[in-house]
Write a protein that binds this ligand. Structure first.
Ligand SMILES: [Fe+2]
Length: 352
């Protein structure tokens, strides 16, 4: 049976409920802020290369990965924020989060895999938790996919507040994950992730940073979501000329933007994505007068910045809508921006 607009609509409602729940539990822990979104993006990216992984199952996986740590909602936030120096008793409490999440996840069972949540800390060799005689391919595939995505995101994200500021380059993270293959992680999925990573790299003509890879999946996911929403509104369309040269009615733009905001995004990012999908002119996010110097290229691959996948901007001030990581427009293209305060202004790293 094919995927219908009715399926899409039902999943969009479930996805929005999952997103609400994710925001609630990530308030518990600054580290996990947006961690689950990234884990869901990675997990879906890998699963998309698993032969025969159906579209409906991909959508269930996305919701499951968004809520894989939902059980932490029920654990004392002081314990969750404490990081690695936990007492035995506190560790025991933390280890209950997969079961708590699986049993209490606030999404209908049709749209989520409780077992994917329950077993995401179970190791391929049977160690890990919760206890249970479960290992290798007996562990649900959703849980093994989430584990790979979870480990990669943890390794490539800064964790200063835990007293562990290390943040691995993606290649180093993948190297470490190869060492974990067969023990903590499913070796087949680690190899698949490696090849997905290589495919993404070759698309960019060289190495890419973790941010770039993540951004590609974020922007790609959101563009696809915007196109799905547009299809539900106007039926099939040609992506190169979706409105057949007509101007969109303002309410159409509003409905699409609202759909993206409900799913994932802030309003400014959603507006940029919708305008991109509708082939409307894009407004530059950073006025040239705010630039304190010429754009610099990022630290990853060589090449001129215009063809480049990572660019740094020094800004005297940050436009209000660019205050947090989100999709911006620079030189007529969509980028994900990560801003940081610097002496006398801001540095914004753009990646695409
Ligand atoms: Fe977890």
């Amino acid at each position: 049976m094919g995927w219908t607009d009715a399926d899409e609509a039902r999943f969009a409602v479930a996805r929005a409920a999952a997103e609400e729940a994710r925001r609630r539990f990530e308030d518990h822990d600054p580290y996990t802020c947006r961690h689950s979104i990234r884990v869901a993006d990675w997990a879906v990216l890998i699963a998309g290369h698993v032969p025969g992984f159906a579209r409906s199952r991909l959508r269930v996986l996305e919701i499951t990965a968004l809520l894989h740590d939902y059980g932490k909602t029920f654990i004392d936030p002081a314990v969750i924020r404490k990081g690695d120096r936990l007492t035995d008793e506190e560790w025991a409490a933390v280890r209950t989060h997969p079961d708590l999440g699986a049993d209490r996840v606030p999404v209908a069972r049709e749209f989520v895999s409780p077992d994917g949540i329950r077993w995401h800390h179970k190791h391929f060799d049977g160690s890990g938790y919760p206890p249970g005689d479960m290992k290798g391919p007996d562990i649900p595939l959703e849980a093994r996919l989430i584990a790979v995505a979870d480990v990669f995101d943890a390794l490539t994200s800064p964790r200063e507040y835990r007293g562990d500021p290390r943040e691995y380059a993606p290649a180093d993270a993948l190297e470490l994950m190869r060492e974990m293959a067969g023990a903590e992680l499913d070796p087949g999925l680690v190899a698949l992730f490696q090849s997905v990573y290589d495919i993404e790299c070759s698309r960019h003509g060289g190495k890419v940073g973790a941010s770039t890879l993540q951004v590609r999946s974020v922007i790609g996911t959101e563009v696809a979501r915007a196109r799905d929403l547009l299809r539900a509104e106007i039926g099939p369309f040609d992506p190169r000329d979706p409105l057949k040269g007509r101007r969109p009615e303002p309410r159409l733009v509003d409905r699409l933007v609202t759909g993206l905001v409900r799913a994932n995004l802030d309003r400014a990012s959603a507006t940029n994505i919708v305008r991109y999908v509708l082939r409307l002119p894009l407004d530059e996010t950073f006025p040239p007068s705010d630039l304190a110097g010429a754009p610099r290229r990022g630290t990853t691959p060589p090449g001129g910045f215009l063809h480049h996948v990572e660019v740094c901007l020094d800004l005297r001030r940050l436009p209000p809508e660019a205050a947090y990581a989100h999709v911006v427009v620079f030189m007529g293209q969509l980028w994900l921006a990560v801003g940081e305060r610097r002496e006398g202004g801001f540095e914004v790293r753009l990646a695409r």
